[in-house]
Design a protein around this ligand. Structure first.
Ligand code: ADP
Ligand code: MG
Length: 385
């Protein structure tokens, strides 16, 4: 937790945001709907967040003058992207409340520290070993094969990961990754992937969102189904684990905990993200309070909102691929057709350029039953092609 006390912010006051992407955009909207003003610090003009924020400081995250402007005008600062320099948060925390802390972000940015922390709260993670040099690749690692070599830092959407079957392949992967700090993780047979978003305020109060079931394609989240199709005991366990991890980090803000369900091991934590998460976007349309409002409430020193889900939901990510026809020509997806289905809610992030694999928006299907939501999500995918 930052040394500076969180105080209740009055509507009209400024909340600061490091980062200019879609998570920041949705944070702005949630904060603004409660009457706050948002100042974004991001080096890119007219980005998804900058274009809806009340004002933007166009500067790099480590720019001292830029950070000073944020500190002068805002009552607190939060962040929307994972790889924000922990040092920037540390600098800010000397003059204003920062959520989450540089410490929490630092832990989440390093898979080795992250796993140690999670294990330390009695929550299991995948069997793994740290690889810091070629000398660390010894016969002892055989029991982690087949496995995945992951860079300890700066991975996202499956980037910085190599699948390996032999120790020679581990050596080659480590060399190919330029011998940066890595972890070797045992490859597990996943029954399910799930996530829990937890918000924790400066008084230590916690609120978790319902467990989300996640399906990826090519390493990128494709669909989130909520509630996850698991039994109540496992759902309660996942939510309790998320609270333990947030508590152990003395976390203030919104945290996402990603889980695997594995045959031999049951529930294990894959990784944590110190911010709202793509798998929590369903909360905008399906819950009384969404993950972004929760982020704004924590920062503004307000009580947490009710995370109750009022409708079953299926979230479908809209990647840039949808903007390209089979012949490679650029097209606009048929929004009028999907919006003709009454259960469909469309969110586009205002990105000018569609690129393959780029997250352009998402659709949340809100239906009376989960089966109906799943059927409509399929219909949406069929229409968009
Ligand atoms: P990222 O930071 O890119 O999200 P993750 O560690 O979450 O990286 O890995 C991305 C995806 O790869 C996971 O969602 C999961 O599908 C798969 N994966 C990661 N680790 C394992 C593992 N140990 N065993 C099996 N699959 C894994
Ligand atoms: Mg992940």
């Amino acid at each position: 937790m930052s040394k500076i006390e969180f105080k209740t912010a009055k509507p009209g006051q400024w909340l600061g945001l490091l980062g200019g992407g879609q998570l920041g955009r949705m944070f702005c909207m949630a904060a603004q709907s409660m009457g706050y003003r948002v100042l974004v610090l991001d080096p890119v003009a007219n980005g998804p967040a900058g274009s809806v924020a009340d004002d933007q400081v166009l500067a790099d995250y480590m720019d001292d003058q830029g950070l000073a402007k944020l500190a002068q005008r805002c009552v607190g600062v939060t962040t929307e992207f994972e790889n924000v320099p922990a040092l920037a948060l540390d600098t800010l925390s000397k003059s204003i409340p920062v959520s989450p802390s540089a410490f929490s972000v630092g832990v989440a940015q390093n898979r080795i520290e992250e796993k140690a922390y999670i294990t330390g709260c009695g929550v299991p993670v995948a069997p793994h070993a740290a690889i810091r040099s070629m000398a660390d690749i010894t016969d002892d690692l055989e029991n982690l094969l087949p496995g995945i070599v992951k860079t300890a830092r700066l991975g996202y959407d499956g980037k910085g990961q190599v699948r390996v079957k032999t120790l020679d392949e581990v050596r080659k992967a480590f060399a190919d990754l330029n011998e940066v700090e890595c972890v070797l993780e045992k490859r597990l047979t996943l029954q399910k992937e799930m996530s829990v978003i937890v918000a924790r305020d400066h008084k230590g109060e916690c609120a978790t969102f319902p467990v989300a079931e996640n399906h990826h394609r090519k390493g990128i989240l494709a669909t989130t189904i909520v509630p996850a199709r698991i039994d109540d005991a496992m759902a309660a366990q996942a939510r309790a684990n998320a609270i333990s991890i947030a508590g152990a980090l003395d976390y203030v803000g919104v945290l996402c905990v990603e889980f695997f369900v594995v045959d031999e091991l049951g529930l294990v934590v894959n990784e944590i993200a110190p911010r709202p998460h793509n798998s929590g976007h369903y909360s905008i349309d399906a819950c009384v309070t969404c993950q972004f409002e929760q982020q704004a409430r924590v920062l503004a020193g307000l009580p947490l909102g009710d995370t109750r889900q009022h409708s079953p939901a299926v979230m479908v990510n809209l990647l840039g691929d949808l903007w390209y026809g089979e012949d490679g020509s650029v097209r606009e997806p048929a929004w009028e057709k999907v919006l003709a289905i009454p259960e469909v809610k469309l969110h586009l992030y205002g990105k000018e350029q569609a690129r393959v694999g780029r997250k352009m928006g998402h659709i949340t299907v809100i239906a009376e039953t989960l089966d109906r939501a799943l059927a409509v999500a399929q219909e949406v995918r069929d229409i968009l092609g």
